[in-house]
Every structure is written in C-alpha cells, then in structure tokens.
Design a protein around this ligand. Structure first.
Ligand SMILES: [Mg+2]
Ligand SMILES: [Zn+2]
Length: 188
C-alpha cells in the first residue's frame, strides 16, 4: 500500500490565534491565511494533520468534549472555503498539573513524538517525507523526534518571540508562507 506524505501543523498560534488556553468557541479565530494554506495541502494530495498540546484538559480548564467541539468548528469554518483538516490529534496530559488520569508523564506531549508516531501508524504516513509546522521550538523538536527532517517555524503566535529558530528548515511569516515553501520543497 502506498504511503502518504503529510503536513503536520500545530494548532494555536499556527492556524488560529493564540489566546492562552482557548476555552470558549467564541475565542476561536483562524488566521486569514489558513484557509488557502490548508486548501493547498488538500489539493496536493498530502494529508493535513493537526498535532496539538491541550494541557488545559489536565488543568481542568475544559474537557475533551470541548477540544473535539473546537476541532469540529475548525473544519466547519475551513469547509466554507473548501478546505479541511484530515485528522486532529491532541495531548490532554500534563506531567505536573491537574489530576488523574491526565496528570501523567505521557509520550504524546510535544516535544515528544507520540502523536506524530500514532498518526503515522494509523494513517500510513511516511514521516521522512513529511513536514512539521509550528510556532514553538518544541513543535519543531516533536517533528524531528518523530523522524521528520524538515520543520518550519511560523512567526505568528509565540513564533513572534522566538529569537533562535534552531533547526528550522525555513522561518515563515505565517501558515500560508510555510505551506507555499513546503509545496516548492516537495518537488525537489
Ligand atoms: Mg502553538
Ligand atoms: Zn499526552
């Protein structure tokens, strides 16, 4: 069976505005560039996958049903522009805060690669031929830890404050700039 390539994206600060712990649907605002960026991924045949730490669940700020509702809403909004996220993966844990069963040292909280490895297994993805995009260094590290060679830092969200882009293959102004770079790079 043919293996897929994927563009993995962080959520808060990367495809939607970073608001701290997003805990009400009204706070969800996609960046204006997100729709076109995701549509480009869809049209390329690559998978568009969101990988997000949501320790607000462990901390008791919101529950897993709310996280699912946010992801449904993201795809509703994207659908208006004929774009969609293929899959969402999130980590609800935190090693120090909150209570059982979420207060654990899991293998899925970025920079750990657990969510990416799970996605690769479930969706038959070739990680070495895939990309990771995020606004924090730990997003890039999660990608590398999973075997992704090329990770892109976006200068939105917390990315505005990152001084040393570390191992970034590219530093993008926003998600559309990042995906445009990916589309050129994949043809090399
Ligand atoms: Mg982020
Ligand atoms: Zn986790």
């Amino acid at each position: 069976m043919r293996r897929h390539r994927a563009v993995f994206m962080d959520r808060d600060g990367t495809i939607n505005e970073e608001v701290g712990y997003l805990s009400r649907l009204e706070e969800l605002k996609l960046f204006p560039e997100t729709n076109e960026a995701v549509r480009m991924i869809n049209e390329s045949g690559m998978k568009a996958i969101v990988i997000t730490n949501q320790s607000g669940v462990a901390r008791g700020f919101f529950d897993e049903e709310f996280v699912d509702a946010v992801h449904c809403r993201i795809n509703e909004m994207l659908g208006e522009g004929n774009a969609f996220i293929d899959h969402f993966y999130y980590c609800p844990h935190h090693p120090m805060y909150g209570k059982a069963p979420y207060k654990i040292s899991c293998d899925c909280r970025k920079p750990k690669p657990g969510l990416l490895l799970r996605a690769a297994e479930e969706l038959n993805i070739d990680l070495a031929q895939s990309y990771m995009i995020g606004d924090m260094i730990k997003d890039l590290q999660a990608g590398h830890n999973a075997g992704i060679e090329k990770a892109i830092l976006v200068k939105t969200g917390y990315g505005q404050n990152v001084v040393h882009a570390g191992t970034a293959a590219y530093v993008a102004q926003d998600i559309l700039d990042a995906v445009t770079w990916v589309m050129k790079d994949r043809e090399r």
